[in-house]
Design a protein around this ligand. Structure first.
Ligand code: NAD
Length: 380
């Protein structure tokens, strides 16, 4: 085992059906929060008010003008409201966009965040913030934005539509897969990531087949939590750098972009990390209960393609988008995207990444044909 280091992140997690209703007031009290700014979307507002009833006397205001990728203007408006109501804490209820808006407030004010995630995006476990201005997304790490308390309540995810659940779940899967090679990867993140992959593979097909399947919802949310925890420590690898550029520069939808790109990055990197690829494949197969006899159930075959194929097959089963073209990218965009991705590629990526590799990878993801997975060549 090569030397490694680990900086564990603080934070309290409360997990279970109904906890958003039963434990929220107690968790706010635990933090001494008496003037809470709630951050959520217009769509979620009515539902959130029901959840907040036991803590109504602690709520000082509500911000609902949440936008994906947190435009700087949105961050400013949210910070102004926090100041105006004299907030002493921020409560984010929603997906990564709501939690990202709460982080923007915490970044400049240091206010503690309580997060109640309703998707599988995983932002609640990370000290990573993101802001977008003029089509460019800037991200950074700051402990102030790491939520102090996270309440995971599978009941809140029951309303998440199948298509959003699939894409968001594959976003979580991407956190876990990259935790095997991202710059801060270590044996502990690999353990978290393998269990995350198993739980996501176990839960997501049931979630998409029947959104009210509580055990499946619980598995998927547990997997998303573990994936977010692994990603928080391991950091962003090649896959996240690619998706970050595609989201910021071309405004591609976050979770769906992750869903499309992941098998291609996995196919590219896997030959350089065969042991990790075998672990990813095994975790996927353990989750889906695949016995090892079908196409997707092959043990890693040494070329690293089987882990990628298994991810692509899972994405197919979930009905997730498979091509960047379907998300709005065009062939003419590839050169510009490559220019922006290339300098951001982590030097620790398991294999060198050349301009031609990125062109090939994005061209394959643009077309989205499963057979293009095998066109990404193994390192010589
Ligand atoms: P999102 O928060 O935009 O939510 C997607 C859609 O689902 C929205 O329309 C929302 O209203 C709806 N929704 C959410 N929960 C629902 C529910 N339970 N029922 C019905 N509808 C529901 O998307 P997301 O994928 O959760 O988050 C994406 C954002 O999070 C991006 O900006 C991304 O960059 C960021 N993110 C950040 C990190 C980090 O570590 N900082 C990690 C992952 C994602």
């Amino acid at each position: 085992m090569p030397p490694w280091s680990l900086e564990s992140l603080p934070g309290r997690v409360v997990f279970g059906a109904g906890v958003a209703r039963t434990a929220l007031a107690g968790e706010l009290e635990r933090l001494g929060a008496t003037r809470v700014l709630v951050v959520t979307t217009d769509r979620e507002r009515a539902r959130v008010e029901v959840l907040l009833a036991p803590a109504a006397d602690r709520i000082a205001g509500t911000f609902t003008a949440v936008r994906q990728h947190v435009p700087v203007s949105t961050a400013q408006a949210a910070r102004e409201l926090a100041a105006r109501v004299g907030a002493d804490a921020v409560l984010a209820v929603g997906g990564g966009s709501s939690i990202g808006t709460a982080k923007a407030i915490a970044l400049t004010t240091g206010l503690p965040i309580v997060a109640v995630p309703t998707t599988y995006a995983g932002s609640e476990m990370t000290p990573v913030w993101g802001l977008t201005e003029d089509g460019r997304k800037t991200t950074g790490r700051d402990q102030r934005v790491l939520p102090r308390t996270v309440l995971y309540d599978p009941e809140l995810t029951v309303s998440l539509p199948a298509a959003v659940s699939a894409a968001s779940g594959l976003n979580a899967l991407a956190h876990a897969v990259e935790a095997f090679w991202a710059p801060g990867a270590n044996p502990v993140t690999a353990v978290l990531a393998a269990e995350a992959i198993r739980a996501l593979a176990a839960g997501l097909p049931g979630v998409v087949a029947d959104g009210t399947d509580r055990p499946a919802r619980t598995d998927a949310l547990y997997g998303a939590y573990l994936a977010g925890s692994a990603f928080a420590v391991a950091g962003s690898g090649l896959h996240h750098k690619i998706c970050h550029v595609l989201g910021g520069r071309y405004n591609l939808p976050h979770a769906e972009t992750h869903a499309v790109v992941l098998p291609h990055v996995l196919a590219f990197n896997a030959p350089a990390v065969p042991a990790a690829a075998a672990r990813i494949a095994a975790a996927l197969h353990a989750g889906t209960g695949n016995s090892g006899t079908g196409t997707g159930a092959k043990a890693d075959d040494g070329t690293g393609t089987s882990a990628a194929t298994a991810v692509a097959e899972l994405a197919g089963r979930l009905g997730a988008p498979t091509s960047l073209a379907a998300l709005g990218l065009s062939t003419a965009d590839i050169d510009g995207a490559v220019e922006e991705i290339l300098p951001a590629v982590p030097p620790t990526n398991p294999r060198p990444v050349h301009r031609s590799d990125l062109v090939q990878l994005l061209t394959a993801a643009l077309a989205g044909r499963p057979d293009t997975l095998s066109t990404v060549e193994a390192p010589s």
